[in-house]
Design a protein. Structure first.
Length: 268
């Protein structure tokens, strides 16, 4: 992507966070250090701790949910915000510190907004060293989803459970309209494919979770896999309306965002 084109883009990092007071400040700082052209939006998903105060102290824009909606609800709020405020690119950077903002410039280069390369770029752990020891259960589950989605999309999808993903304006419009709520990463790839959006992956290394505990523990792993597999097959059978034909995107309404500064970091 030419430098002039990149400088004209409005870029947003969406950071979903639930009870991440011990990590959220560092995540915001790392984004601003490695990708200063990105504004930072922290979507506080009903946290009961000091997540909001920590995010505000680092100058992030904060969008607050009155109660916990889950990762899908938090991300859809972020995409609605991006759509309403005219952003061209949005990237998910989890509030637990697993995603490394140092890869954002590389992902932006691969996205090539307005070109014909990709509408969504995601970071894959499994084309090289993942950066930490991924539990065997997660590796097996990821492999199963990888095989299924690769067959459906007819392209290699090596890390369908990765939440480290960047979309252009078409992806923002799609996910602002409709986004899976429970465990959205795998289903979202199917949505992109069904709407004929192009997917690209880049190799990244990630961190082990920096604070708190994952919402998916071993007793829930089997339930998670069954539920997501069922959702995939239902998604194949269900006809969703084409996000890019017919009526324009619905009104996003007003967001009760708490803005510590007018815009964090950026190019806007």
């Amino acid at each position: 992507m030419p430098d002039d084109d990149r400088q004209d883009l409005r870029l947003l990092a969406i950071v979903p966070a639930y009870n991440e007071e011990g990590m959220i400040g560092r995540v915001v700082r790392d984004i601003e250090r490695h990708a200063p052209d990105f504004n930072v939006l922290v979507v506080d998903d009903g946290s009961l701790d000091g997540t909001v105060a920590q995010a505000e102290s680092q100058g992030a824009i904060v969008l607050r949910h009155p109660f916990n909606l889950g990762i899908g609800g938090a991300m859809q709020s972020g995409y609605k915000y991006a759509l309403a405020h005219g952003y061209d690119v949005a990237v998910q950077v989890d509030g637990d510190g697993q995603h490394k903002p140092e890869y954002l410039p590389e992902m932006l280069e691969a996205l090539r907004t307005g070109g014909n390369e990709a509408d969504m770029v995601y970071g894959t752990r499994f084309r090289g060293d993942p950066g930490y020891k991924v539990p065997i259960g997660r590796r097996v589950g990821n492999l199963i989803f990888s095989v299924v989605l690769s067959a459906i999309t007819r392209q290699k999808i090596t890390d369908p459970t990765s939440g480290f993903r960047m979309v252009n304006r078409r992806g923002i419009e799609l996910f602002a309209r409709d986004y899976p709520h429970d465990y959205p990463e795998v289903e979202a790839i199917l949505m992109l494919h069904n709407n004929r959006l192009r997917i690209h992956e880049v190799q990244v290394r990630m961190n082990a979770r920096g604070f708190g505990r994952s919402s998916i523990d071993y007793p829930r792993a089997a339930y998670y896999m069954v539920k997501v597999m069922l959702a995939l097959f239902v998604g194949l059978l269900r006809r969703r309306p084409d996000a890019f034909e017919g009526t324009p995107p619905p009104s996003t309404g007003e967001f009760p965002a708490v803005e510590a500064s007018a815009e964090s970091g950026g190019s806007a």
